[in-house]
Design a protein around this ligand. Structure first.
Ligand code: NDP
Length: 332
């Protein structure tokens, strides 16, 4: 028997509870069994745990879109018992039982080899949020390389700065020599954001209200995890030829923007999806994270919690009360 969170939807309502499961209950639609060492709480896990948005597509469901652990059994040619692996997305924790569980059975095609230099805890300190931050940074780096834009030649905006994607994005961009401006609704976290490398901090209210289609040119690039008016304003204030990487919707799913920044300033909007990203892109992102992440900063953004606390953490992340990243320790 092992411990897991289980989401059910009886007539009495949507419920997420700590429970004991048997290995025989793990999904048959999987060819690799993993003893999970750590998982995480991402924004999407908050949606699943609370039921605030219909991300869970079948019941009962074990939530958890990420995990890191060791293979215990495999019918997949790539994996053998003892291999250290991690998983992000692919519908795990939404349509297939996920990582907020001491054991998981998944498709071997979804697994990434845990880089040798990363511990399971570090991998989950990064989790989908960190891996998505790296996908955003890599999209911007490719754009800048093609456009001949050098690090330090202008400011880079990171929105949702106090959250998981934002915190890791600041650390990565500052580590690459960029001048990072962090946008947050938590001005009390300014010292934290500066400790990650932000050169300055702005109030997110500067970006969250409806704005003009073209604004003063400021950013050479943007990592946006907020969407809605924030993303529209970020595009409207991106410098000629600059780029915006959009990955999130913390403010809203809408994009009330005009085409003006695209057709008059030639800016580029890169859509970033981590869930179904091809394996080569995942491996490149994790390889780059293992090589470049600042370990001290990663430790400073991470809070470790136990599995029973993950239920309350689901509500806290949706309320914007989580700073940085939460790691859920599963290995006894
Ligand atoms: P977090 O909750 O950790 O961070 C989100 C941050 O957004 C908050 O900390 C807060 O930062 C800011 N925020 C919250 N509410 C609002 C609001 N109403 N208006 C403006 N800003 C707000 O989540 P993650 O970092 O894990 O994820 C961020 C977003 O990215 C989510 O929407 C998530 O669904 C999405 N995402 C998408 C992925 C993809 O594949 N495309 C993968 C991973 C995440 P502050 O307090 O500093 O203002």
């Amino acid at each position: 028997m092992f411990e897991a969170l289980l989401i059910t939807k009886p007539e009495s309502g949507y419920r997420c509870e700590l429970t004991q499961l048997d290995e025989a209950q793990l999904p048959a639609a999987g060819d690799v069994t993993v003893r999970v060492d750590c998982s995480t709480i991402n924004y999407k896990d908050g949606l699943a745990i609370t039921g605030k948005s219909p991300v869970v597509r079948s019941f009962p469901m074990v939530p958890g879109i990420d995990f890191a652990g060791s293979v215990t059994q495999s019918d997949h040619p790539k994996w053998k018992p003892g291999d250290r692996v991690l998983l992000n997305g692919f519908g795990v924790g939404e349509a297939h039982w996920g990582g907020l569980s001491q054991m998981a059975r998944v498709k071997g095609d979804w697994l990434v080899a845990l880089p040798d230099t990363l511990s399971e805890r570090e991998a989950m300190s990064l989790g989908t949020a960190g891996y998505t931050a790296m996908l955003c940074v890599q999209a911007l780096q490719k754009h800048w390389a093609e456009a001949g834009v050098a690090a330090g030649s202008g400011e880079v905006l990171v929105t949702g700065a106090g959250g998981g994607v934002g915190s890791v994005a600041i650390s990565l961009l500052a580590g690459l020599g960029h001048t990072v401006v962090a946008s947050t609704g938590r001005p009390q976290e300014a010292d934290y954001l500066k400790s990650l490398g932000a050169a300055s901090v702005i109030d997110r209210n500067e970006l969250s209200a409806p704005g003009k289609p073209l604004q003063k040119e400021r950013w050479i690039g943007v990592v946006d995890s907020v969407g809605s008016h924030t993303l529209a304003n970020a595009c409207a204030s991106t410098r000629y030829g600059g780029a915006v990487a959009a990955c999130g919707l913390a403010q809203g799913m809408d994009l009330p923007a005009s085409v003006a920044p695209f057709i008059l300033r030639g800016i580029t909007l890169h859509g970033i999806d981590s869930v179904m990203a091809p394996m080569a892109r995942r491996e490149a992102a994790w390889d780059a994270l293992a090589k470049t992440i600042n370990r001290e900063q990663l430790a400073s953004i991470t809070t470790e919690i136990a599995l029973p606390d993950a239920i309350a953490a689901g509500s806290q992340i949706l309320a914007g009360q989580v700073r940085g990243r939460l790691v859920v320790k599963l290995k006894a």
